[in-house]
Design a binder for this molecule. Structure first.
Ligand code: 6CS
Length: 369
């Protein structure tokens, strides 16, 4: 395999046994898949059927899974059965970085790629990892993510430069801290080993609060919590429930400091070779999925909080008040400067444009209807 910037040194915990890892056992299909020609055609009753592979970064039943399953249903229907979409849940093809690499190489045609990991390859993407950027009104965020020029046009170019085709961004819910101690102000993070995704900006984001951030792939988080090699982690509620992180934590802390945002991407050579009507079919399908996936994440995040409370009645839920949030917001501001230093003028311009778009979307949302 060629050397690419996707290579990631993974922290390991020898001997760690986790039931979560059995759900996300890594890589068994990987080698076989890479041997298959991309987009293999098969014959059924004399008609040619194209196979499209779609890898996600989450397990079955997750927000990303529902997205990919709906994409599959719509594409298979719209193509009159001439296209078959196979969805690969997290673990079947490896970590997020490995999935991105397979997309880049053309072994798969579609994948989810979250800025929390993809920011290593496209540093500007790390603006999604800055805190207190997005609106507190998630409907505003949904509209901005779907329509933003800063995000959809400017990032399309940056993805293309790295051999990826950006199709869409969508939110998966508020990031929630899970910890073994209460958190109310930045000082409460002092020395806390917080697992973060693997993009470097997240290290800066949590160092700003005095924490000791520890990047790890998703598949290793449960065991690391269980073995107390980390003190906490951060993810939306639906993921905290389905990955079982709540089982090995005492506090869920809601600061509404950041949305978990992901992107849907395709292989550019595959996409460019599609006939125009199929390209349009993919674009229309992705556009149609915005509203659907927003409802899914919203419902999952509220329903699964109830599930967590039912299964673990002694879990402590902390919702930061406005004064507490303001202390975190102030502590986070210097990370915006670090972002600009890290990514340079293109990223700075995208950030400025995005902040302006969010402010205008908030004005529209609060204005007379
Ligand atoms: O924490 C992570 O690494 C993962 N979290 C979610 C909710 N989706 C994918 C991502 O890789």
């Amino acid at each position: 395999m060629i050397a690419t910037p996707f290579a990631l040194k993974r922290a390991r915990f020898p001997g760690a046994v986790s039931k979560r890892l059995t759900r996300v056992s890594l890589g068994p299909l990987l080698a076989a898949l890479l041997l298959l020609p991309a987009c293999r055609a098969s014959f059924s009753s004399g008609s040619k059927i194209e196979n499209w592979r779609f890898a996600i970064e989450e397990i079955q039943g997750s927000v990303q899974d529902l997205y990919a399953q709906k994409f599959k249903e719509l594409i298979e229907k719209k193509s009159g059965g001439k296209i078959k979409v196979t969805v690969y849940p997290y673990g079947s093809l490896g970590t997020s970085d490995q999935v991105t690499e397979q997309l880049h190489l053309g072994a798969i045609q579609f994948a989810m790629a979250s800025p929390g990991h993809l920011g290593k390859l496209i540093p500007e993407l790390q603006l999604f990892l800055l805190h207190f950027i997005f609106s507190e009104d998630n409907r505003v965020n949904e509209a901005v993510l779907a329509n933003s020029h800063a995000l959809n046009q400017r990032f399309a170019e940056l993805y293309a430069q790295k051999g990826l085709k950006l199709l869409a961004f969508f939110p998966e819910g508020w990031q929630v801290w899970t910890t073994r101690k209460p958190i109310h102000v930045p000082d409460d993070f002092a020395g806390l080993k917080m697992r973060v995704m693997t993009s470097p900006m997240l290290i800066e984001a949590y160092e700003a609060y005095g924490a000791n951030p520890t990047p790890l792939p998703y598949s290793e988080v449960y065991s690391a919590l269980q073995l107390e090699m980390i003190d906490g982690q951060v993810n939306p509620v639906f993921a905290i429930e389905e990955m079982g992180f709540y089982e090995v934590t005492d506090y869920l802390v809601f600061a509404n400091h950041a949305q978990f945002v992901t992107s849907v991407a395709s292989n550019p050579r595959f996409f460019a070779a599609l006939p125009p009507e199929r390209q349009a079919m993919v674009r229309d399908t992705v556009a149609d999925l915005n509203e659907y996936i927003f409802s899914v994440q919203s419902e999952f995040n509220s329903e699964r909080l109830k599930t967590i409370e039912r299964r673990k009645p002694d879990i402590q839920i902390i919702r930061l008040d406005e004064d507490e949030r303001e202390r975190f917001r102030r502590a986070s501001l210097k990370v915006r400067d670090e972002y600009v230093n890290m990514v340079g003028p293109t990223g700075a311009a995208i950030l400025d444009e995005l902040l302006d778009e969010i402010a205008r979307a908030e004005d529209r949302a609060s204005g007379p209807s």
